[in-house]
Design a protein around this ligand. Sequence first.
Ligand code: K1U
Ligand code: ZN
Length: 173
Amino acid sequence: MAVLPILVAPDPRLKTQAQSVEKVDGEIRQLMDDMLETMYAANGIGLAAPQVGVSKRVLVIDVARDDEKPNPIRMANPEIVWASETEQLHEEGCLSLPEQFAEVMRPTAVRVRYLDHENEIREIEADEILGICVQHEMDHLDGTLFVDHLSNLKRNMILRKLQKARRGQPATV
Ligand code: K1U
Ligand code: ZN
């Protein structure tokens, strides 16, 4: 297993549509394991392959709390097959937008079909933080960041703060 470097916005690789995988073979399983190690090392609860520069429809999630047993979920080619009509606002962060947080409106619950690490088709119904996280990670596969759900004003504020932080200057807004 390996800890991979995580891309930070505005890297153009975060804005591209990722390709479906033909099947989950040894190479994709290795990618999933490396992504889990990278996610745990960064204290994240999810990670999508484009965030480590791999343009494939692969993501990993573990929303278990520190006092719970780890519960890694590995997905390839995830699809939302049902979404609730009700939506909720929830605060989101992103390892590719370090230290930036904002409230995003998303469906409260989704049913997701995907290939697991053994290339078996599975479905889960996800709500609460798992539902939010899987929608956030699936957005990455389409080149969408959580800031793309915000108004232009809020998005530009966050991207400007990030640019300033990268230049080593204190952010004023
Ligand atoms: O995609 C990513 O960059 C991972 C991201 C997932 C995520 C967090 C919160 C809401 C939606 C999606 C993170 O893990 S950012 C790290 C973080 O802010 C966090 C860590 C533990 C619990 C809650 C947030
Ligand atoms: Zn993210």
